[in-house]
Design a protein around this ligand. Structure first.
Ligand code: ADP
Ligand code: MG
Length: 265
């Protein structure tokens, strides 16, 4: 068989799928980073069922910056938790970087999560009696990295978020914005390609929120894929794509011109 033959198209002929949702591997593109298909998530609450997600389809490519919006209870955190492999769908499929998440064992899942995703939370989730440096080193503890290298990488990550000089402070010696920067450094230290943030500015004042958003969106320029949840329009404005949920369904998914991070940096 000639090596130069074009990539084979299946016997059914060219795929009828629209270009925005490629059906499979494309000759010159890797599979989407995130492919969520028909995802439902139902919680059992006593005798009743809560339909947190009612059939969601999302494709996210590498290097995208996405905001997930919607009112409280619309399913934003549920979707983010599924994307972050912290939760599994009741129905539907999730393929992360070509792997069907439902088929992974517990330890494979933990491994994929650790390598692929850095998390940032509304409440920072820092260890309170632990220095900024040690908080940032924490994800590396599970990766068999030497103490010396952990230090070096954690300092590098703190430098990236503008916190060199504060590495020995514990969280309550830092402002909210600084604590969230430590959390961002912790999300960066493993070099995970995806940063996921659920309401990252929910506990910050307006000025600090914009500084944190500038920092998060600045990561996109360095090749990260940034996915965040927010219910605030001016925070979502930093993303290049906004997905809006209502009552467990996507009601809008559209690109936008992101506000320039430089203005607030
Ligand atoms: P959002 O983040 O948009 O505020 P969530 O994804 O947290 O929304 O919640 C979506 C819906 O699912 C809500 O009705 C919420 O009460 C419900 N829900 C979320 N988590 C649970 C849970 N662990 N058990 C039962 N219901 C839940
Ligand atoms: Mg939420």
């Amino acid at each position: 068989m000639a090596d130069a033959s074009p990539p084979r198209i299946g016997p059914e002929g060219p795929s009828p799928s629209p270009p925005a949702e490629p059906a499979g591997p494309h000759p010159d593109a890797s599979p989407p980073l995130i492919a969520i298909r028909g995802v439902e998530r139902t919680y059992v609450m006593g005798d009743s069922l809560v339909h947190a997600l009612r059939g969601v389809d999302v494709t996210i490519q590498r290097g995208e910056s996405v905001a997930i919006m919607g009112t409280s209870g619309s399913g934003k955190s549920t979707l983010m938790n599924i994307m972050g492999c912290l939760d599994q769908p009741t129905k539907g499929s999730y393929v992360l970087d070509g792997r069907d998440v439902a088929k992974l064992s517990r330890s494979e899942l933990a491994d994929v999560r650790g390598r692929m995703i850095g998390f940032v939370f509304q409440s920072f989730n820092l260890l309170s009696r632990t220095s900024a440096l040690e908080n940032v080193e924490m994800p590396l503890m599970y990766q068999g990295i030497s103490r010396r290298d952990r230090h070096k990488r954690a300092l590098g990550a703190l430098d990236r978020v503008g916190l060199l000089g504060r590495e020995h402070h514990v969280p309550n010696q830092l402002s909210g914005g600084q604590q969230q920067r430590v959390a961002i450094a912790r999300a960066l230290v493993t070099d995970a390609p995806i940063i996921m943030a659920d309401e990252p500015t929910g506990n910050l004042d307006s000025k600090t929120s914009h500084e944190v958003m500038a920092l998060l969106q600045g990561l996109v320029a360095h090749g990260k894929t940034v996915i965040m949840v927010t219910h605030e329009r001016d925070i979502a404005a930093y993303a290049a794509r906004v997905i809006t949920l209502r009552d467990g369904r996507i009601v809008e998914d559209k690109p936008q011109q992101p506000v320039h991070a430089g203005a607030a940096a």
